[in-house]
Design a binder for this molecule. Structure first.
Ligand code: PGA
Length: 309
């Protein structure tokens, strides 16, 4: 049996001395807590080896927009542009998913049939099935072909009062139904100005992951979405975004171990557009993008998905 490699503070310091920005962590390697702290302090990203080979997840959140006809057309345009007019071209560097309004999910599912593009829901009920008028359960979403479900999007937290306990309940419902939840976390402008970004990310992440097994945690995608960057055209600096996404992986490493953290999928979201996507996707800790406004235009969404990861 080969011994697992240990990443120590010295490894981090060597990268830093050479002016490097990222340290590749081989799968199964153990990063000591001191090395993690040093990496944070010195601005060295701990990047799982093989990250470059994994496809970037490019997710389009359509929010509450469009008619049924528009949803069908947009899905067809994306499918045609991505897969070509014939058979799907097979895996590319990105894996796409569309998140239409709930009432359009079934139609978009039909439009995407036979393509490699996955389907997601923007929300789900924290309750199970039964006497919950208006509720759409995780099982219903899985049944009509959804693979993913957003939970904890800041618009749900702000406009619909989804607090951390509701977000955690939705996440568990999604997991139990076999969906892959996409947990959205991020700080408001006030929290950022008060230097509370890391505390907020830690609080939201740990509240949602509390009590999960490592196997469940590994099925959760996390999207770092600074609230002030959503729909505003503003974006964080690349180093702030990297720092935030690395800190999320750090929390997962401390709670579930390096294997879960190494395989974790953390996306950046907030004013992602054709002209900035490649820079975010290239960050060491970034595994994809959650795209809002720009996903309503097929060409722009496809450009984002084709950006080098
Ligand atoms: P935006 O939205 O790309 O329009 O900023 C992102 C999101 O809310 O997921």
């Amino acid at each position: 049996m080969t011994a697992k490699r240990l990443i120590t503070i010295t490894d981090v310091e060597v990268v830093r001395e050479k002016g490097g920005a990222a340290l590749e962590v081989p799968s199964g390697a153990i990063v000591t807590p001191l090395a993690r702290d040093a990496a944070r302090r010195l601005g060295v990203a701990l990047a799982p080896a093989g990250k470059r080979e994994r496809p970037a997840l490019v997710f389009g959140n359509w929010k509450a927009n469009g008619t049924l006809a528009q949803a069908r057309r947009l899905a067809r345009e994306v499918a045609l542009g991505w897969c070509g007019s014939g058979a799907p071209l097979g895996p590319r560097r990105a894996a796409l998913a569309l998140f239409p309004p709930l009432v359009h999910v079934a139609a978009v599912s039909e439009a995407l049939a036979g393509t490699s593009i996955a389907l997601g829901a923007q929300d789900l009920s924290e309750k199970g099935g039964g006497a919950f008028t208006g509720g759409v359960t995780a099982e219903m979403l899985a049944d009509i072909g959804c693979r993913y479900a957003l939970v904890g999007h800041s618009e749900r937290r702000r406009e619909f009062g989804d607090a951390d306990d509701v977000v955690a309940a939705k996440l568990r419902r999604a997991l139990a139904a076999g969906l892959e939840p996409v947990l959205c976390v991020g700080e408001t402008l006030e929290e950022r100005d008060a230097a509370r970004t890391h505390a907020v990310l830690r609080g939201q992440t740990l509240a949602a992951f509390d009590g999960l097994s490592a196997e469940q945690a590994a099925r959760v995608v996390v999207a770092y979405e600074p609230v002030w960057a959503i729909g505003t055209g503003l974006t964080p600096s690349l180093s702030d975004a990297e720092d935030a996404m690395a800190s999320i992986k750090d929390h997962l490493a401390r709670k579930f171990g390096d294997e879960v953290a190494g395989g974790a999928r953390v996306l950046y979201g907030g004013s992602v557009a054709a002209e900035n996507a490649a820079r975010f996707l290239a960050l060491a800790s970034c595994d994809g993008a959650l795209v809002g406004g720009a996903s309503l235009k097929a060409r722009e969404f496809l450009t984002i998905a084709g950006a080098p990861a």
